[in-house]
Structure formats: structure tokens, C-alpha cells
Write a protein that binds this ligand. Structure first.
Ligand code: PDD
Length: 292
């Protein structure tokens, strides 16, 4: 099976040969922004939205995008072309580049761009059929700071430690709590709850990552005639919900059936969740031409 391909500053290399300097600030400080999306039938879903968000993340952190979104799109296409047949996880990273060993970001002036196409690893079918458990945790992330709010910055240390803690508690995803105890989002996903037929998800003002899947699901809900509210979601709202699910580009729409050991609704994936997952897959099929 193909191991994938990598593009560094526009040059495609075999993934085993891909190298970045140890002086790169992405390596040293997590001083970079990124995006993750996947292919369906070999065609990326939501690529433009992801690359535009990458541009916004870079702007937010004052990293100047080295090339336009159009050029980056062509480079993703060239990387996928080299990768060949298969379904690919695509990660696009823009680092602030190399510079002297100082924290001052203005000392690095040549951003580096990396595109990774790796075989996509999808969650087990069982997670969709039976749902997953989540754990609610307090965590303080760099993007909770106003200066970096909303950016998809690569420093995921708080997120990965939260995932570790959630896994130790028998859960598959960590949900991060804000300063006032409200639920923000998953370590790598957005949260939705369903109560009395209405879908509810935390709003933009909380500083969450505005997921591309989240947006597609909200659009699908509107098409399906399902009511949606964007607003505060508190732990007790989740515990008391009829249904809950998380969304991300890799996990799509994943049912959540328990939180902190408490069963949500009947403890099985709900009908609104299933409808929205099917509607999301129809959106993907229309956009990519893939039979998913
Ligand atoms: N994670 N919130 C966070 C903190 C995320 O890291 C992600 C995505 C999302 C969902 O965004 P989207 O629907 O655009 O994928 C929300 C990606 C999948 C990852 O880190 O692998």
C-alpha cells in the first residue's frame, strides 16, 4: 500500500524522504497553522473552505501566506496525483519558517509550506453504529487566548493531553470547557446536541474553531427542515440531551452516547444524528462525485 507523498515548498518528495530544518519554528515552538481534510473517490472535500480558513489562521498569527490559495490548491492536486489511487488524509501546514533562536516572530521571514498526503484512517464502524463516549475537561489552549482565538494553530499540546486523559477515563473524545464552565468543542471536533428535535451547537463568540463539517451540517439541517440554534451549551444540557454528536473532517458526524459516564438519551445513536450524517454524506457525494 502506498505510504503517501509530501510536498515541501512546491516540491513533491516521497514521504520517507521529507525533511524540515530543526530550526523551523513550527518544530521548535509549534509556530505554525494547519488544515486537515480528506478525499472521497480521490477528490478532496471542502478544499477551498479549508485553504481559505488556513489563510485566515495565518493572518491571525501574522504568518504571511507564501503562496495564494490557488497555488496551494494546485500543489495539493500535484501531491495527490503523485500519491496515486486511494483515499487520502491531507494535512497542509504553513510554518513561520526558520530564523535565529529567539522568540521574536519578526525574525523569521520565509514561511515554509508542507502538504502531507497519507492514507486516511477512518474510525471503526462500531463508533457510528453504537456511538462514542466523551469526557468533559478543563484545558487551557493557546487559541483560548484572544490573540490567537479562532486560528487553527498547530500547538495542540493541551488538546492531546486532554485526549490522553479522556482515553484513560474510557472516552474516545475530550470536550473542552471554557472559563465559565460552558462546553466549547472537542479536542479535534465540534459538538452538537439535540433536544426536542432542535439541534444546538456552541456559537462562534466562544472562540471555537468554526469547523468546515460544522458548517456543512448546519446547512444540511436547514435543507432537512431541522431547527438549529447556535448558543451556549452547558454540561447539564449535554447530560440532559436526547442526542449528541461531534463533527470533524475525518469523523464526519459521530454519535455521542455518553458523557462523563452518564448516558445521553437512550444511550444509542439518535435519528436526527443519523439523518444529518446521511445528509452530510449526500453533500460530500454531490461535491466530489464520489459514491459515498
Ligand atoms: N480537527 N475543533 C477542533 C479543535 C479541531 O481540531 C477540529 C478539526 C474541528 C473540526 O473542524 P473541521 O470540521 O473543519 O474538520 C473542531 C482536524 C480534523 C484534526 O485535527 O485532525
Amino acid at each position: 500500500m502506498a505510504a503517501g507523498e509530501v510536498s515541501i515548498d512546491g516540491q513533491v518528495v516521497d514521504s520517507g524522504e521529507a525533511r524540515v530544518s530543526v530550526f523551523d519554528r513550527g518544530f521548535l515552538y509549534g509556530d505554525s497553522v494547519f488544515e486537515v481534510f480528506r478525499t472521497y473517490g480521490g477528490v478532496p472535500f471542502g478544499q477551498r473552505e479549508h485553504l481559505e480558513r488556513l489563510q485566515r489562521s495565518a493572518d491571525r498569527l501574522m504568518i504571511s501566506m507564501p503562496v495564494s490559495v490557488e497555488t496551494l490548491s494546485s500543489e495539493v492536486a500535484a501531491t495527490l496525483e503523485a500519491a496515486g489511487e486511494g483515499e487520502w488524509y491531507v494535512r497542509v501546514v504553513i510554518t513561520r519558517g526558520t530564523g535565529p533562536l529567539t522568540y521574536d516572530p519578526s525574525t523569521a521571514t520565509t514561511p515554509l509550506r508542507v502538504i502531507i498526503a497519507a492514507p486516511v484512517s477512518v474510525p471503526p464502524a462500531d463508533h457510528y453504529e453504537r456511538g462514542i463516549a466523551v469526557a468533559l475537561l478543563h484545558a487551557s489552549r493557546p487559541t483560548d487566548d484572544e490573540r490567537a482565538s479562532g486560528a487553527k494553530a498547530s500547538n495542540y499540546l493541551a488538546n492531546l493531553l486532554a485526549v490522553h486523559e479522556a482515553k484513560q477515563k474510557g472516552a474516545q473524545e475530550a470536550l473542552m470547557l471554557g472559563r465559565r464552565g460552558q462546553i466549547l468543542e472537542g479536542a479535534s471536533s465540534n459538538l452538537f446536541i439535540v433536544k426536542d428535535g432542535v439541534v444546538r451547537t456552541p456559537e462562534r463568540q466562544t472562540g471555537i474553531l468554526m469547523g468546515i463539517t460544522r458548517a456543512a451540517v448546519l446547512a444540511a439541517a436547514a435543507t432537512e427542515g431541522i431547527g438549529v440554534e447556535e448558543g451556549e451549551v452547558r454540561p447539564e444540557d449535554l447530560y440532559d440531551a436526547d442526542e449528541a454528536f461531534i463533527t470533524s473532517s475525518i469523523r464526519e458526524v459521530m454519535p455521542v452516547v455518553s458523557a462523563d459516564g452518564r448516558t445521553i438519551g437512550p444511550g444509542a445513536p439518535g435519528s436526527v444524528t443519523k439523518r444529518l450524517h446521511e445528509a452530510y454524506l449526500r453533500t460530500v457525494a454531490q461535491a466530489t462525485g464520489a459514491g459515498v
